[in-house]
Write a protein of this length. Sequence first.
Length: 229
Amino acid sequence: MIVDMLNNCILVVDDEQRMRKLIKDFLAAKGYSILEAEDGEKGLEVFEENKNKISLILLDVMMPKLDGWSVLRQIRQESKVPIIMLTARGEEQDELFGFELGVDEYISKPFSPKILVARVEAILKRTNQDEKEIKDYGGIEIDKEGRTVKVDGKPIELSLREYELLTYLVENENIALSRDKILNNVWNYDYYGDSRTIDSHIKKIRHKLGKKGKYIQTMRGVGYKFEVK
């Protein structure tokens, strides 16, 4: 897994010095730069001073002065930086609470440092891809981070489902997709409605794309295919 580590600075907030050293040693060996804080208050202070360069935060839950939940809440008021919570408690209710507050991932103590590094790399790879993911498909420009679509440089208004359907089609460019496959991937398996709902959505998308609507081709007896011609 290749990640541009030169631009990735990680903040480790944990009151156990031994734990911070363990994490720092393994991440530094992979080329990451590390900032440390020994409690929640210090964690916020270090974050505020370095927020423009911090790519990810490893945040312990149980800490003196300010616990991890409080730190998380304050950071989420101004930043979407990925946060992995380090917790000794693996209770489902705690994890659900954390996800509601904006946690990206949980790692329960004790953990394998190699697993921790793998999780960090996976999140940073995904984040770095999302930040750069503005793709052009024959004049249809899709910004996945902003969830916006432009046609020949002009923004168009799509509903969430229309956006998801168009994105699924373009990401499978030149592949004939059955209606069932589209339903399963865009509407998910819990949808039990009529597959004709796809046809009505396609019709709306084609209209909004104008001349570019011809890129969405009807495959008779199959479904649809996105192909730039």
